[in-house]
Design a protein around this ligand. Structure first.
Ligand code: ADP
Length: 570
């Protein structure tokens, strides 16, 4: 329910009306109370008497009492009068001014109540306009009643219009808020979460009691019960006409809904304890993809603004559903490709090992036979080189497949990166020694734990250090450091930096560095053996460990790769 009580403009408008009523009708006090929710009447504005203002502001009356007032009051045309004697019994909910009554047979009594019920077009009670404390101290006689009634009628209309306008403004504001939430949710590619976000937005933004989103293909048409099948076909009809449908006792939709269907839907609503329903079709282009159903327990009023905003939501959601579906398809295809690659790599291992075995047997045979033929020896070396390279590719492909697995490495126990990086550096140093490349390691004296798979993390370190050595000239220096970032925006992190003074990487190459099979075409880089898979594996491992990797480099000036991983709480 829109909260009218927050609208300062509405209060100001109503106050000017009540001020006018009080002075025109000859009363010292005039007030308006409205239903904040369906069962509580609350004062919205009080003009005139200051004591009354202080006392009545925020005063709440239950609906039963209001009904009782209406029932027991005398009708003076459009006015209701509850005399002192009757009102005494309802004293808890009546304001009593500290006025001395005048000495007159028709004197106004402290508990007298005079009010005009504010009825909307559907004859629903929206609130009450009050007057109290007559200036002449008397209960109004027939002539005065007539003039008060005229003022009250004019004021009532103005009040109802003002309330209606505020209510609409509030509804539009809420509906717009709901749309914003759906727009944000549009970025959500997970279909279930998208639908969840939409339902939450509809509940909050439209103030509905219940909301549901149903997508067409999520159910078998044949298995739908009668009402759901009707709702489905209505949604399609609505989408074709680009409209929504209100189902409530007051409204019919000729052309869209037969009287029998209307009755069936109303019965369905009643069974659920709802009064009304807004049916919103979801779609994109000419295709209707499903429907959103918004229910209200005890209100049947759906403004045109709400219907328009809801239809817009139907468009936004339709697009979001298509996005989410095509994303799911792509993911499925990508997963299939990964699986295929992993299987192929796995299957290639045995024949490759056999080929390498035969090559080495062939070498032994040539030795035994004393064959010195240069062509035969060159062919053999070529065979060994080619199969060696194939082994590297298969090994990297298997590592890549592993790094893409769905398991969450951050659930693993903590491992100490200081020890792990130390081992990797030692291993690579052995290969670097013949080229007189020094690899220095700078680490703190205490452990730096991160959660993850030790094998994968070791691959990150040895790949980066290995590359630094591979792409540096003989005699160069490679520096490996491990530090701690205790107050990063995303919590404490451990930082691994691998710096070299090697050939460097151009800005264009840096953009593609982490793609599978990417190898720089720079002449100094091409000379080095490699599969172009190393950094792709590194990147995936780092991503899976919820870390980041960055590179800073310039051709001829060396490169620094920096990996940040969340520090495990020690
Ligand atoms: P490769 O097996 O080719 O080394 P990577 O994925 O490890 O594959 O690296 C991709 C490319 O990035 C390399 O081919 C090389 O051009 C470039 N590269 C990687 N590390 C460095 C580095 N430290 N210095 C210069 N270039 C590098």
């Amino acid at each position: 329910m829109p909260d009218l009580f927050r609208h300062a403009d509405l209060r100001a408008t109503l106050r000017s009306i009540t001020d006018g009523v009080a002075s025109a009708a000859g009363f010292r006090l005039s007030a308006v109370s409205v239903f904040r929710n369906s069962d509580e009447l609350e004062f919205l504005v009080v003009s005139g008497d200051e004591d009354a203002q202080a006392e009545l502001g925020g005063d709440v009356t239950p609906r039963e009492i209001v009904d009782q007032w209406l029932e027991e009051s005398e009708r003076w045309g459009g006015l209701c009068f509850l005399p002192h004697e009757k009102t005494l019994r309802l004293a808890d909910h009546v304001w009593v001014g500290e006025e001395t009554t005048v000495d007159h047979p028709h004197a106004w009594q402290p508990y007298d109540m005079l009010f005009a019920p504010l009825l909307d077009r559907d004859e629903q009670l929206q609130g009450i306009l009050w007057v109290d404390l007559p200036l002449d101290g008397l209960r109004p006689g027939p002539d005065k009643r007539r003039s008060i009634e005229i003022y009250a009628r004019q004021a009532s209309e103005a009040i109802l219009v003002a309330i209606e306008r505020s209510r609409l403004a509030e509804q539009v504001r809420l509906a717009a808020a709901a749309r914003r939430v759906v727009r944000d949710a549009t970025a959500q590619l997970d279909l279930d979460r998208l639908l969840e976000a939409t339902v939450a937005a509809a509940r909050e933004g439209f103030g509905v009691d219940d909301a549901r989103v149903l997508l067409d293909n999520a159910e078998e048409v044949e298995s739908l019960d009668e009402l759901s099948a009707l709702a489905r076909s209505l949604a399609h009809g609505c989408w074709a006409r680009q409209r929504t449908l209100v189902v409530s006792p007051q409204r019919t939709a000729p052309g869209l809904l037969t009287p029998a269907e209307h009755a069936a839907l109303l019965a369905g609503l009643e069974e659920k304890g709802d009064t009304s329903l807004l049916l919103v079709p979801l779609g994109a282009g000419t295709e209707c993809l499903g429907r959103m159903l918004m229910f209200r327990h005890d209100r049947a009023d759906w403004s045109d603004e709400e219907a328009d905003a809801a239809l817009d939501m139907g468009h936004d959601l339709g697009r979001a559903v298509l996005n989410a579906r095509s994303f799911a398809r792509e993911q499925h295809a990508a997963a299939y490709t990964q699986q295929l690659i992993a299987t192929m790599a796995h299957e290639l291992q045995n024949p490759l090992a056999a080929a390498r075995g035969y090559a080495s047997i062939l070498e032994d045979v040539l030795d035994e036979l004393g064959v010195q033929d240069a062509d035969a020896r060159r062919s053999l070396r070529g065979l060994e080189r080619a199969s060696g390279r194939l082994v590297d590719i298969v090994t990297d492909l298997l590592a890549l497949a592993r790094a893409t697995e769905e398991t969450d490495p951050t659930q693993c126990p903590p491992v100490d990166l200081v020890g792990l990086v130390g081992d990797s550096v030692e291993m690579v140093s052995v290969q670097a020694a013949p080229r007189e490349i020094s690899v220095t390691l700078d680490v703190p004296a205490h452990p730096l734990p991160v959660r993850g798979e030790p094998g994968d993390l070791e691959r990150v370190a040895s790949n980066l250090v290995g590359n630094a050595v591979k792409y540096s000239p003989d005699g160069a220096a490679v520096r490996v450091t491990l530090t701690e970032e205790p107050d990063g925006p995303a919590g404490p992190h451990v930082v691994l930096a691998v710096a070299d003074d090697g050939i460097g990487i151009s800005a264009a190459d840096q953009e593609r560095l982490f793609e599978e099979f990417f190898r720089s075409e720079a002449p100094e880089a091409v000379q080095q053996p490699g599969t172009g898979l190393g950094l792709a594996i590194v990147k995936r491992v780092v991503d899976r460990h919820r870390g980041t990797i960055t590179v800073s480099s310039a051709p001829g000036e060396g490169s620094t790769f920096t990996v940040r991983l969340p520090r495990a709480d020690a």
